[in-house]
Design a protein. Structure first.
Length: 207
């Protein structure tokens, strides 16, 4: 059973049977009477049932890049993927083909930590910058895990508890505020229809 939560989906675990609200789209009841509820305000989540041997060959999975914490997500693999793309590095990261699982928040944070401007063409990054980016991607995701996720709007864990990573963000959602590192006012734009925030001093357009 493959569940893609998308924008507003939540998986909530209950140790015993309870009545879901009007946004509960699916209820899985276990032999112990515990339940897993899929709650989705905007009804955008997707549910797919596959045979076990179909999972590795399922088209959406085949299209994904390597998992960020896997052995296949190397600096060399990332550089090879980026070298083929002339579009903005932020858009390449969000495409899920260079690396899987990096959303808008973590893309902004990783690029800031790696000191790379989100508008830079992906194929313009040097090997040193790609190495910094690979490290930064893993670091910001580890921070997200450590702080229980980023709960700006809808995210909660399976117990219904919001995370606190939003309290540690360096650039995302802070357009117009001062950079924590240099004091420069953070700038913003839209890339691929997504809000993007960066520091023009810490993240220059050229290496």
């Amino acid at each position: 059973l493959v569940i893609h939560l998308r924008m507003t989906g939540q998986l909530l675990y209950y140790p015993e049977e309870i009545e879901g609200d009007c946004y509960t789209r699916l209820v899985l009841t276990f032999e112990s009477s515990a339940q897993l509820h899929l709650r989705d305000v905007r009804a955008l989540a997707r549910i797919t049932l596959l045979k076990a041997d179909e999972v590795p060959r399922w088209d959406p999975f085949v299209q994904l890049g390597p998992e960020p914490f896997s052995d296949t997500f190397t600096v060399e693999a990332l550089q090879n993927s980026l070298s083929k793309r002339r579009t903005a590095i932020k858009n390449v990261l969000l495409s899920q083909k260079a690396v899987a699982g990096l959303g808008n928040i973590y893309a902004d944070e990783a690029l800031f930590r790696a000191q790379i401007n989100p508008l830079r063409p992906a194929n313009s990054l040097t090997l040193t910058e790609v190495s910094r980016l690979q490290t930064a991607i893993r670091q910001v995701l580890m921070d997200g895990i450590r702080y229980g996720g980023t709960s700006i709007r809808d995210y909660v864990n399976s117990a219904g508890t919001p995370g606190s990573n939003q309290e540690h963000l360096q650039v995302y959602g802070r357009k117009g505020q001062k950079c924590h590192c240099c004091g420069t006012r953070l700038e913003g734009c839209r890339l691929g229809g997504r809000s993007t925030v960066y520091c023009p001093l810490c993240q220059p357009m050229m290496a």
